[in-house]
Design a protein around this ligand. Structure first.
Ligand code: ADP
Length: 398
């Protein structure tokens, strides 16, 4: 049994999973909330036991991780006897800039490089670093691996990742398309290549959740991806506007008298499904509202599905065709209506979808929505970013 601890650190939160890599089983998982804020709380859910919640001060990430280790090794509710049973730790890191095209074992040079990427992902990278440093302090000597959300996008050619701004914006300020959700796109693409039994296939992956992105790859190498320098570009999302005419930004700033920060908040937090519908950013609420006759909720959903459809068409063109389309994440795995809207009238691409099965297929497992003779296969593949992080961590620390 080799256990890997997977850590996803936010500025005041820390999600963790302990995974037995040999059996690919999650042994326990949980969350530390309100780190550094009054009322900190640890939630712990062992797979074969009762959920536990503990309220105790967690002033820093290091204290939070110590609490996680304490409960994992607790004589009553713990799942391991000793910290020594944790072979390695995998950390999710948001931004690796152009420095990391793959996961890497963490050392001082890597830490410095992650720090150098802070301007590209200020909130996340700072939090990720707190998680790593907290772990290093609490678990000295245990090997740690950084898994970057941007690594997948490093597969893109310059003509696909550059923005047509003055070249200096790229050279001096590192402005380019990086893409996000990379761990998820890579994981479901890997699964699709296995299901297709074709390591060279052209795959379009639709990661549709609260944040959404579409990506495409040939033979497992990213060709393009819809998010950009930041996760704001691409599809309209829960509360993000996605791609808009960039001239709207100075236009609205002037008309609404907004600062750059306020405009950023408008685009990231008040737009997208929430901004259009005025109802919610949650697709379940939007569907309910739309079915009850709310025109703006329907408009938001229509805009979203149209956006995904356009990316599929564009990416099929970019790759000279497509062999497989994958739906994943909260909306992609669960929202049958969204999948239907996206996939209908796509026969021209070689899709023959079983729309009845789309409405009845089981949730939470890999299913094929295309008919047996469909030229293009359509899969729903549940994403598992923690498992992907654990697998990379295992490979690099073996
Ligand atoms: P993220 O990881 O980006 O926070 P998720 O991938 O968990 O997001 O997706 C969250 C979204 O998935 C929410 O908008 C939610 O409405 C949607 N979702 C979850 N379950 C369902 C469902 N059964 N039907 C429709 N949408 C769902």
């Amino acid at each position: 049994m080799k256990n890997i601890l997977v850590i996803n650190a936010g500025s005041s939160s820390l999600k963790y999973q302990l995974i037995d890599i040999d059996s690919r089983k999650v042994i326990a998982k949980g969350l530390c909330e309100r780190i550094g804020i009054a009322g900190s709380m640890l939630t712990y859910s062992p797979t074969d036991g009762e959920k536990v919640q503990i309220q105790r001060d967690m002033p820093t990430h290091e204290v939070a991780i110590k609490m996680v280790l304490e409960i994992l090794t607790d004589s009553k509710v713990g799942v391991i006897h000793d910290m020594a049973e944790i072979a390695a730790v995998g950390h999710r890191v948001l931004h690796g800039g152009s420095k990391f095209s793959d996961s890497i074992v963490i050392n001082d040079v890597v830490l410095q490089a992650i720090e150098d990427c802070i301007p590209l992902g200020p909130l996340h990278n700072t939090a990720n670093l707190m998680g790593i440093r907290g772990c290093q302090a609490a678990m000295p000597g245990v090997p740690m691996v950084a898994v970057f959300d941007t690594a997948w996008g490093q597969g893109m050619e310059p003509s696909h990742f550059m923005y047509a701004l003055p070249y200096d914006a790229y050279e001096t300020y590192e402005v380019r398309r990086y893409g996000f959700h990379g761990t998820s796109h890579k994981y479901v693409t890997g699964r699709a290549l296995k299901l297709l039994d074709n390591p060279k296939a052209r795959v379009i992956t639709c990661h549709l959740g609260n944040g959404s992105s579409v990506s495409c790859s040939v033979a497992g190498r990213c060709v393009d991806t819809s998010m950009g320098l930041t996760p704001l570009e691409g599809l309209p999302m829960g509360t993000r506007c996605g791609s808009i005419d960039p001239a709207i930004i100075p236009f609205l700033m002037k008309r609404m008298n907004l600062t750059a920060q306020e405009m950023d908040t408008l685009m990231n937090k008040k737009s997208g499904m929430l901004g259009i519908s005025g109802v919610s950013s949650d697709f379940r609420d939007l569907t309910a509202a739309s079915e009850a006759g709310n025109e703006r909720a329907k408009l938001a959903l229509d805009m979203f599905c149209y956006g995904v459809k356009k990316y599929i068409g564009a990416y099929a063109a970019a790759m000279g065709g497509v062999d497989c389309i994958v739906f994943t994440a909260g909306v992609g795995e669960n929202d049958r209506n969204v999948r239907e809207s996206v996939l209908k009238n796509m026969e021209y691409l070689g899709l023959d979808v079983d729309f009845d099965y789309n409405m009845t297929c089981p949730r939470g497992q890999e299913v094929c929505l295309s008919k047996p003779d469909s030229k293009v296969k359509v899969f729903v593949i549940p994403t598992d970013e923690e498992m992907a992080i654990a697998l990379d961590t295992d490979e690099l620390t073996r």
